[in-house]
Write a protein that binds this ligand. Structure first.
Ligand code: BJW
Ligand code: ZN
Length: 243
């Protein structure tokens, strides 16, 4: 821990790379954790693919509306706050997140790069123009809900997230890879490192000579590229790392 804190405080360029684990202690379920992970309870292929939305838009839209409701009720935790503190004290730093929540923003991170999109940026599935975030009705878990229609072309509105088999937003991915090649330290937090191409980001940083520091209570494939592995949760390890 002391070594990690030192390396981090001396770095000029830091990339913070986050996954679902950083929001776990805020009460947001991860995807792959045993018992509590979303993919333990729900079928990813029936919810998180373009085919699923085509086959059953009400099921998919209702599920994402429920997810957004959960996010609106929770708050950033000390892990998100520590990330914002790293950003504030390191002039050349960037947060790259796989998360579709807005907890980094709410903790004060300036402009996180959302590799997998956002629950707060719905768009038309036909013409791709952005659509308003619905308010009001609060769907519960498992409740079907018809997606709103696009005000321009009346196509179905879809969640602005990246599903399996879809390309990541090109400009954001390009910037993320560029940042990974340029940083001194990449801090990877709360990701299983199983989903590509996002999981390449820490590997690229290591390949270009950065020190990779990992924060995760469990082993991951990224252990192989991490010079320093901190086994603990985001909300406990990160505040200790910045203080
Ligand atoms: C804690 C903690 C605490 C717990 N503190 N830590 C190469 C090989 C094999 C397959 C592929 C490949 N390349 C591409 C693929 C296919 C696929 C893929 O990667 N599949 C793998 C699963 C095998 N990839 C894709 O389909 C991607 N697209 C693509 O490749 O397109 C190609 C293309 C190009 C051009 C044109 C067209 C196509 C897209 C991937 C999109 C992923 N989408 C999701 C859903 C987003 C929407 C939603 O939220 O519903 O993104 S899936 C899900 O996984 C979500 C996450 O961002 C992502 C990563 O998960 P994450 O964040 O790592 O969470 P978990 O749950 O896995 O891990 C949590 C971790 O936290 C654990 O390690 C815990 O221990 C830890 N933890 N508590 C700290 N308190
Ligand atoms: Zn449209």
């Amino acid at each position: 821990m002391r070594e990690a804190a030192k390396v981090l405080s001396q770095a000029r360029r830091v990339v913070v790379f986050t996954g679902a684990g950083i929001s776990a202690e805020s009460g947001v379920p991860t995807f792959r954790d045993a018992l509590t992970g979303l993919w333990e309870r729900f079928d990813a292929s029936a919810l998180a693919t373009p085919q699923a939305f085509e086959d059953d838009p009400d099921l998919v839209w209702g599920w994402y509306e429920w997810r957004r409701t959960v996010i609106r009720r929770v708050h950033p935790n000390p892990g998100h706050e520590a990330v914002a503190a790293i950003e504030a004290r390191t002039p050349r730093s960037v947060v790259i997140t796989q998360n579709v929540d807005d907890l980094h923003e709410r903790a004060g991170s300036a402009d996180p790069l959302h590799l997998h999109g956002s629950l707060f940026e719905p768009r038309c599935a036909s013409c791709a123009r952005s659509a308003p975030v619905p308010g009001g009705e609060e769907p519960s878990e498992g409740r079907r809900l018809a997606p709103p229609r696009c005000e321009h072309c009346s196509g179905p509105v879809r969640p602005g997230v990246v599903w399996f088999g879809e390309a990541l937003p090109e400009q954001i991915l390009e910037t993320a890879v560029q940042e990974a090649t340029d940083c001194d330290v990449l801090l990877t937090i709360g990701t299983s490192g199983l989903v590509y191409p996002a999981a390449e980001i820490p590997k690229v940083a290591a390949m270009f000579g950065a020190t990779v520091i990992q924060v995760n209570p469990q082993p991951t494939p990224l252990d192989a590229v991490a010079g320093i592995n901190l086994h603990g949760t985001a909300a406990t390890v990160l505040p200790a790392l910045v203080n």
